[in-house]
Design a protein around this ligand. Structure first.
Ligand code: FAD
Ligand code: NDP
Length: 522
């Protein structure tokens, strides 16, 4: 039914204010809203950001653009540039930093944040323009369900209105979780805050050991901050654990301090002016094996302990069911919730990968199914490639070795592996060996793993790559893996020389052979 909101009442032709209401203007919501409008539908999109406990807020575009992939990748790139300075010096570049002739490049946090945030704001503006051009009505308002066709909208002044829609697409994403220990919300920041942090973070503790924790710890270490990672269990849960350990130990050798098997108990601000740690955050943490407690002092504590879906919006009134364990929305293979006209996409959906391209593709395909005459155009959530942007990047597609063993049995697999050091890093090692006596670019840090299924002609069921430009490398191989490529297909493919990725066309050493997979020379 049309609402009593006279501006929109009955104007969609469907008897509702809008053909489609999209709740959430992040990766999934924006993609879906634009595609629905392209199919000629009357669409409105609600996007509203509640400030983080630290006070950070941002504009249209959701997590990826404002507090996720985009600022993260720029900071990661900044970190890599610094790390590459040694390579540059060894190839003839001599002047680094603002002061001429500096031996080491220096880093300025304020410049980094200003550049990153200027770019983010330009994207916020671009999205608003795009929505206007594509006739999607943008409302900077928070949506709460009244029933399965009605949303109550609240703007930043607290004013309320209601709108109705024939279809509702729910794409609210998630927000960082806190630990629930004393002082965490008052004293710690999260990924919602780090990319716009006005003062340099200084000595930093990162709590957590997955994507966000390791990526942030990686760039902070590279910028020169004394950085600690507190891991309660394994690195990169769900990823190939041999690779995850390889990444963790590389980071450790390159300066990130790992506090293993520990969890924070409380955070306190040191208020005593006579204390040498005055102004710092005292983190008391517990060792999970021996139960003893230790206190250590930090300028910044960044929590990266998972995310909670933003589903606290009276979904029960609309008949939308959640998984009570995860708090995420249950959907069928067509992204339909238990309320027939309400669909859910993106990070808030149960069992889906929390990745931007997944949210975007789900949103676009949903619109094409509903209005584009392609009712079976489903999203395939298998073999989704991903990259962890740690200093030594890690890209993969398909199964981890653990999952492949569990799924098929160890005896059914042939695993190929290899280690090497890229050509581009070789001159740097000589430079550092000669002048400093330390090794910056180590031998055999890049890692290649192909997991194949013997009984299916060595079909590749998992591809893992650790090295430069992992996202760029794995994106192409993901097509091959999705098409069912076998080891012989990889062998038949001619390499591109001299690259790191060509190693995938030359893998010879199997794990079962027990032969040395490391390499020297070209
Ligand atoms: P979001 O992008 O979170 O958007 C949801 C929007 O809806 C938000 O703006 C929210 O404020 C708004 N909203 C919520 N509830 C309501 C409501 N009731 N009313 C109105 N508005 C509401 N993915 C990658 O693929 N690659 C990466 O490199 C990568 N890096 C990441 C780094 C970090 C630090 C983080 C946190 C995430 C990263 N991700 C990455 C994940 C990626 O950002 C998410 O998977 C993606 O943004 C999810 O999109 P979404 O549309 O589901 O939700
Ligand atoms: P995850 O849920 O992947 O990891 C949470 C981490 O926090 C784990 O290491 C977990 O340890 C730890 N943890 C959880 N609770 C506690 C606790 N109470 N005390 C101590 N440690 C705890 O979350 P992330 O925040 O890292 O990432 C969320 C999602 O965002 C990812 O799954 C990914 O899809 C997406 N993302 C993608 C990126 C990319 O594509 N490059 C980058 C960043 C994020 P344990 O293993 O012991 O449970």
């Amino acid at each position: 039914m049309p609402s009593n909101n006279s501006e929109n009442a009955g104007s969609s032709g469907s008897g509702y204010d809008f053909d489609v209401i999209v709740v959430g203007g992040g990766s999934g919501g924006l993609a879906c809203a634009k595609r629905c409008a392209k199919h000629g539908k009357k669409v409105t999109l609600l996007d509203y950001v509640k400030p983080s406990p630290y006070g950070t807020k941002w504009g249209l575009g959701g997590t990826c653009v404002n507090v996720g992939c985009i600022p993260k990748k720029l900071m990661h790139y900044g970190a890599i540039l610094g790390e590459s300075a040694g390579d540059a010096r060894s190839l003839g570049w001599t002047k680094f930093g603002k002061e001429e002739g500096k031996d080491h490049p220096t880093h300025d946090w304020e410049t980094l944040v200003m550049s990153v945030q200027n770019y983010v704001r330009s994207i916020n503006f671009g999205y608003r323009t795009e929505l206007r051009e594509q006739s999607v009505e943008y409302k900077n308002e928070f949506g709460v369900f009244v029933d399965d066709h009605t949303i109550e909208c609240t703007n930043k002044r607290g004013e309320k209105s209601t709108i109705t829609g024939e279809h509702i697409v729910f794409a609210p994403g998630g927000r960082p979780r806190y630990l629930g220990v004393p002082g965490d919300e008052e004293l710690c920041i999260t990924s919602d805050d780090i990319f716009s942090l006005q003062k340099s973070p200084g000595k930093t503790l990162v709590v957590g050991a997955s994507y966000i924790a390791l990526e942030c710890a990686g760039f902070l270490t590279a910028f020169g901050y004394d950085t600690y990672v507190m891991a309660r269990s394994i690195f990169l849960r769900g990823f190939d654990q041999e690779v995850a350990e390889h990444i963790g130990s590389y980071m450790e050798r390159h300066g990130t301090k790992m506090i293993r098997r520990c969890v924070p108990v409380k955070f306190e601000k040191v208020e005593d002016e006579s204390d040498p740690n005055h102004g710092m955050i005292a983190c008391t943490y517990k060792n999970l094996d021996f139960e003893f407690e230790t206190t250590e002092y930090f300028d910044t504590v960044l929590l990266a302990v998972g995310r909670t879906a933003c589903t606290d919006v009276n979904l029960e009134a609309a008949g939308v069911e959640l998984n009570p364990k995860t708090g995420k929305v249950l959907v069928d293979e067509y992204d339909k919730t238990s309320a027939g006209n309400i669909y859910a996409i993106g990070d808030a959906v149960d069992t889906r990968q929390e990745l931007t391209p997944v949210a975007i593709k789900s949103g676009e395909r949903l619109a094409d199914r509903l209005f584009g005459g392609r009712p079976d155009y489903k999203m395939d959530y298998l073999e989704v490639p991903t990259t962890v942007f740690t200093p030594l990047e890690y890209g993969c597609v398909g199964m981890s070795e653990e999952l492949a063993k569990e799924t098929y049995g160890e005896d059914k697999l042939e695993v190929y592996h290899s280690f090497l050091r890229p050509l581009e890093w070789k001159t740097n090692q000589e430079f550092y060996d000669l002048k400093k006596g330390i090794e910056h670019r180590e031998d055999n840090t890049c890692f290649f793993k192909l997991i194949t299924l013997k009984e299916e002609n060595e079909r590749v069921v998992g591809l893992h790559y650790v090295g430069p430009n992992a996202g760029e490398v794995v994106q192409g191989f993901a097509v091959a893996v999705k098409l069912g490529a076998t080891k012989a297909d990889f062998d038949d493919t001619v390499g591109i020389h001299p690259t790191v990725a060509e190693e995938f066309t030359m893998l010879k050493v199997t794990k079962s052979s027990g032969k040395d997979p490391t390499k020297r020379g070209c």
